[in-house]
Each structure stands twice: as structure tokens, then as C-alpha cells.
Design a binder for this molecule. Structure first.
Ligand code: PLP
Length: 465
């Protein structure tokens, strides 16, 4: 299994190298050269299996010879052992033909644990075999950072630095990043918004001297291994609702397009998916793009669903790559235009995207109203991100069962939940002391050189002046 860049001008890599590299050296994202498919019988055979066994069967073909079957099974077992629910990704019913896929039973209470816990184990096995140490730098709008810190803390082959926008993450999110005491963990509160954090991260990856000097590795949702981990729960949920004999629809609260792109991969692998619905908050670049064909940046307006406060949606590049018939030059051209504010998608590419995805948005008021309505009619307490999903899903209900992805536990966003429902959403008991733990964080400016110096110094790679 070989991985190629969406911009067509970077080395072709194995699964292991694509995973350890993150962003391709031409600025593109790695995708499999060909997507393996599963037959109807193979999909049907997943029914009734454990989440771990489904994960093994779905992901195995993508991994190639990077791990033996035994190694890969053990990695998967360790990744999901810390989840607070035996089903890992349980489904609950919201209404006739509408189901909620609860993806928040991992250690940091958001769906990103599914990918990050797996990546932690994958990195550990691959790096200890190579006798190497890497520096992980990630940018987060809140949930990625805590999930990465939880997955990598205490691993001696890894230093982990997480950039988050100062003052723009919830208190629970911040505390999950700043309270781990392991010395390989570095939480950095940066001036600016999430896009600034992501931009500085990309700058570091594009500085090859720095990148090679600290052995930079990326675990943002651009990392292929993360997308892959997320493909699994599309299969597990669809099969328990009658796939492959029935088509299933999914609505996905979307920011960086990683989670919904995993659904697209599941479909390409042969899972019968009817609709794949993109749900955005008021920062609706993806919804506008689907409506108008123009991908145009607009400033980010902070919302009550901060993990979706994004104006440049990194993984969308992977969808564009397929929409342009896998023409890396065409993608590179569009990404160049993005630096000047945006680009128009060709008619042919737009037709492709419209065949694969539909979209909707929810305003702040609509999000609050949905949290309230869901609580009143089902007793289900939704986080704001999941509420956006449910609101948009309700507008797309049809003949096939609809699965809305619940991306975070309501206790991660207590203020919005309390406002909407009038009740507190308590943290699960295993996290109840989060507000009593000591915090450790470094304030940093939105300044590439300063960030690089700090990382060089903390990793012991600084050359004396
Ligand atoms: C990251 C995140 C999202 C958006 O997921 P993408 O893969 O970036 O589209 C939605 N909801 C929550 C709670 C998240 O943490």
C-alpha cells in the first residue's frame, strides 16, 4: 500500500512513513494510491463483531506490511482499552429512523480520541523499532490538543507541543491540555485564532531545516492515520443498522473535514452510504462552497461550538484531489489561489462533490434551540457540535436510517448546555477532579521564529549562539 500527495510532487511513501510524516513536503496531504474495497459479504460479516475486530478488518489493508497482524491487533486493543463504554461507539435512537453515534466515551470525551489513541500506539511501536525520537507539534481548536496530549503523554520516544488559541477554548478543554504533569507535554497558548495556530504549524512543516532538525511529526487531522481510524465507526454503526442490505446516511458536524472525509473513504471502500451531510456552524465556508462553488475565506467568528470555528478546512484538499480526477497540479494551483483569499471550483469538480456530499448550517440560536429541543423530546443532552449535527440531519431525513455523529460529551461545553437545558452536564466520575488539578502552560506570540526557538530549546536541539 503506497501513499501519494494531493499536490503530486512529494515522495511516494509507505503507511509507516506517511503516518510519521504528516504533511507532505510539497505542502499536500497523503492519500492512498488506491482505496481497497470490501465485498458485500465481507461487510455483512462485520455484524456482531467487537469494535476492535471491526477496526482490524477495516484498517488492515491500508497498513500494508508496516505491522504484523499480531502487532496491529495489539495496537488496536491498547488504543481502545481506556474507553468508558464497552461498545466504544454506541448508537442511541433519537426519533424514527434517526440515530446518534456517541463518539465521546474516550479519555478526553471527544471523537478525536478514536484516532489519537490509535496513533499514540502506532507511533510507539514504529518509533521504538527504529530507535528514534520525534517532536510532535499540533495545532488545536480544543479537542485535538487534549486528545494528542492524552495519547502521547509519558511516551519517551515523543515530545509533544500543542498550540491552542489563547482564550478561545473552553475551560474543560484547556484544563485537559494544561493539567497533565508529564515532562514531555508542552501546552502553548498562542495569541490569535485557530487558523493562526494552524498557519504557524504549516510554516514549521515547510521549514525543512527545522523540520528535519527536530524530526517534526504531525498528528493534526491531516495525518492519514487519523482519517483511517475514523473510517471504522462508519462501518460499525452502519452494519448494526442493517448495512450492507440497507443504505445508511450520515450527518457530520464538520470543521477541518477529517471526520466526514473518513465517511467518504468508507463509501469508496464499498459501504452503502446514501447521504453524507456536512453540518457547519456560522463559520460555514464548507456549506457556502457547496452552495456556490466558490471557496472563499472569511474571518472566523467565535461560536459556542469552538471545535468547528475554522475558515480553512485542511482535509477538504483530499476531496478536491478526487474531484479533480487526482490531478495534483490542479490542486496545487487552487491552494496557491487560496493564499489570496479563495478559488472557484470547476464545474466538473463541483458536480463530483455534489454527488458525494450535501450540506447545511446552524446559527448560534438554532444550535441552542436544538440542544433544548433534544433534551425536551428525548432526554439526550447534546454538546453544541452534536446539536448542529442533529439540527442539520433533521433537515435531511429520508428513507434510509440517518446517523448523526455526536462528536463531544456535553460536559466539555458546560456553559452552553446549562444555558440551553437549565441543567449541568456533569463530568464522568473518572474526570471529576479536573478543576482541582494544577495547570502548566506557556503563553506564546503568533511569531514563527519565537516558536521555533522555544521548541529547539525544550527538545535540547538548540545550537548555542
Ligand atoms: C474536531 C471536532 C469537530 C470537527 O471535526 P473535523 O474532523 O475537523 O471536521 C467537531 N466536533 C468536535 C467536538 C470536534 O472536536
Amino acid at each position: 500500500m503506497r501513499y501519494i500527495s494531493t499536490r503530486g510532487d512529494a515522495p511516494v511513501l509507505s503507511f509507516e512513513d506517511a503516518m510519521l510524516t504528516g504533511l507532505a513536503r510539497d505542502g499536500g496531504l497523503y492519500v492512498p494510491e488506491t482505496v481497497p474495497t470490501m465485498s458485500k459479504a465481507e461487510i455483512a460479516a462485520l455484524a456482531g463483531l467487537s469494535y476492535e475486530e471491526i477496526a482490524f478488518r477495516v484498517m488492515r489493508p491500508f497498513v500494508g506490511d508496516t505491522f504484523t497482524d499480531e502487532e496491529f491487533k495489539e495496537i488496536i486493543a491498547k488504543a481502545y482499552a481506556g474507553f468508558g463504554h464497552d461498545a466504544r461507539a454506541p448508537l442511541v435512537q433519537l426519533g424514527p429512523n434517526h440515530f446518534l453515534l456517541e463518539l465521546f466515551h474516550g479519555p478526553t470525551l471527544a471523537f478525536k480520541d478514536f484516532a489519537m489513541q490509535l496513533i499514540g500506539q502506532l507511533f510507539q511501536v514504529a518509533l521504538s523499532r527504529r530507535g528514534e525520537k520525534v517532536t510532535i507539534v499540533g495545532a488545536t481548536s480544543g479537542d485535538t490538543g487534549s486528545a494528542a496530549i492524552e495519547a502521547f503523554k509519558g511516551l519517551d520516544a515523543v515530545d509533544v507541543f500543542i498550540l491552542f488559541p489563547h482564550g478561545r477554548v473552553s475551560e474543560v478543554q484547556r484544563r485537559q491540555m494544561t493539567t497533565p504533569s508529564e515532562s514531555n507535554v508542552h501546552a502553548l497558548a498562542m495569541d490569535g485564532d485557530f487558523d493562526d495556530c494552524q498557519a504557524r504549524l504549516k510554516d514549521m512543516f515547510n521549514d525543512f531545516d527545522f523540520r528535519d532538525g527536530v524530526k517534526l511529526a504531525g498528528v493534526n487531522s491531516i495525518n492519514w492515520a487519523r482519517v483511517l481510524a475514523q473510517v471504522v465507526y462508519y462501518f460499525s454503526s452502519a452494519v448494526s443498522l442493517g448495512a450492507p442490505d440497507r443504505k445508511i446516511s450520515f450527518t457530520v458536524p464538520t470543521g477541518n473535514f477529517g471526520d466526514i472525509f473518513a465517511g467518504y473513504i468508507a463509501k469508496k471502500m464499498g459501504l452503502p452510504i446514501d447521504q453524507l451531510v456536512i453540518a457547519t456552524n456560522q463559520n460555514d465556508i464548507l456549506h457556502r462552497t457547496m452552495e456556490t462553488g466558490a471557496y472563499t475565506k472569511a474571518g472566523v467568528t467565535p461560536s459556542i461550538s469552538p471545535s468547528m470555528d475554522i475558515q480553512v478546512s485542511s482535509n477538504f484538499e483530499r476531496a478536491l484531489f478526487d474531484a479533480y480526477g487526482r490531478d495534483g497540479k490542479a490542486v496545487a494551483g487552487q491552494m496557491d489561489d487560496l493564499k489570496d483569499g479563495g478559488f472557484s471550483i470547476s464545474q466538473g469538480a463541483m458536480e463530483f462533490l455534489k454527488e458525494q456530499f450535501t450540506s447545511g448550517r446552524a446559527s448560534e440560536d438554532e444550535t441552542m434551540a436544538q440542544i433544548k429541543a433534544s433534551f425536551a423530546t428525548t432526554g439526550e443532552v447534546l454538546c453544541p457540535h452534536s446539536a448542529i449535527g442533529v439540527k442539520v440531519a433533521n433537515e435531511h431525513l429520508g428513507n434510509s436510517p440517518m446517523v448523526t455523529l455526536a462528536t463531544a460529551h456535553p460536559a466539555k461545553f458546560p456553559a452552553a448546555v446549562k444555558d440551553a437545558c437549565g441543567e449541568d452536564a456533569p463530568l464522568p466520575p473518572r474526570m471529576a477532579d479536573l478543576f482541582d488539578r494544577d495547570e502548566r502552560v506557556t503563553r506564546v506570540a503568533n511569531d514563527l521564529e519565537a516558536l521555533k526557538s522555544l521548541i529547539l530549546e525544550r527538545t535540547g536541539k538548540a545550537t548555542p549562539a
